[in-house]
Design a protein. Sequence first.
Length: 409
Amino acid sequence: MDTYDYIIVGAGIGGIILAKYFEEKGLSYVMLEASDHVGGRINTTSQHNTCFELGAARVLSSQHRVMNLISELNLELEEQLLTDAAVYLEGMWHDSLDDLLSSVDYPDPFELFHALLDKTGIVNLSDFERLAPLEWDRVLTKDWLESEGIPSAFSMRYFLGDIDVTMNQITLYESMYFFVSNLAASDSKVYRMQGGLSQLVNTLSGHIKSPVYKQQVEHVGYTADGVMVKTTNQTYQAHKVVFTCSLNALSHVELPSEANNSLTTCLSAGHYGKSIKGIITFNSNVFPSHDYLITEDPLRMLRRSDFHWEFYLPSLEKSWDTDKLIKQLHAYFGADSVRDLRLHTYDMPPFYGCYWNYKSGYFHRIFEFSKAQRLAERVYSIGEHFSLNPNWIEGTLESVDQFILSDSQ
Ligand SMILES: Cc1cc2nc3c(=O)[nH]c(=O)nc-3n(C[C@H](O)[C@H](O)[C@H](O)COP(=O)(O)OP(=O)(O)OC[C@H]3O[C@@H](n4cnc5c(N)ncnc54)[C@H](O)[C@@H]3O)c2cc1C
């Protein structure tokens, strides 16, 4: 049996970037992927010449790693103009979020955030890590905004456009972190990729050895000088193994006890929710000139063509079934309006849920764990969960950078 320098588990963007690094260093590796394709949670599909993102969709201008990667690969971005898009709020359509904000008499949440940072002397991310008061992690953002004069229903809708969690999960500590790292700059922008984000992984895969597909890793054990990794039907040997899947997916793998203990500690910092994305086709579109729908549920929809909408339920605690969803859509678009509904969920193998699902008082612990990639001797885990950008491709790239840095020292 061949003994590789590294086994990489998972062929998402993290595994692929890591493989590219091993290629450049002349290290031997094998990449094992449970599914039959690359990309993991980056998954673009197309219908009637329109791209739908069934996984990651947005890139923020402040995310310099992913922005650099996109520019190196000569891929094109297009701005996603959420503030100019019409939104459905409180049972009616508004021409734009900006119009809506200017028509109400509430303080601007972003100005309140700026004022709070001024008060604490935080001007950048490293200040945030040093100076942010931990008690913010006990305060829900919606409660704080309400105390500042913004009704909670309004603040919830305002933030759902940018953040992937519900207002009952997000603490002021996390909101402020996200604000400082991504939104504080007045020229920050939200992009989507022309032709879909899968181009990122497809272009990069041309530079690495093809993964071995349909290899779901189930067990890791030690040999005299390395590790033995068993999948459903094969055994592989290497000096080290690097997992790149979500921590929740990793919790389904039988690991050596030290690695298992480290994983349990990491998982205790939060728990995982599920995300659902999909494509909806309508018989007729009663809102042909409207682009973006945010509802209280929370449910977000982006119009991609006359009859097709991309649909997203962020990380949720409550369960949604198709019947309930269709009922809800009929309420917005009229009875029998839905022709086709295709959903993609992230709470089954090989994904098993993918988000940190924050609890009050836990976000700061993600900072503690953000660099803990070594689970045990020869067993590593990388991914956006070990970064200060959890839930973003940027976080995955940050984590790979950290691994490369520690590996080269
Ligand atoms: C619905 C949704 C929306 C998102 N939106 C955005 C967004 O707008 N912008 C953004 O930047 N990020 C977004 N993200 C997050 C982004 O997709 C991830 O941060 C990133 O793609 C993670 O890449 P990764 O390589 O670390 O992990 P993954 O993409 O999860 O790759 C891990 C791979 O490991 C494989 N695997 C799992 N278990 C095993 C096993 N036991 N054996 C073998 N293989 C295994 C999986 O099949 C998968 O291919 C979103 C994620 C989801 C789910």
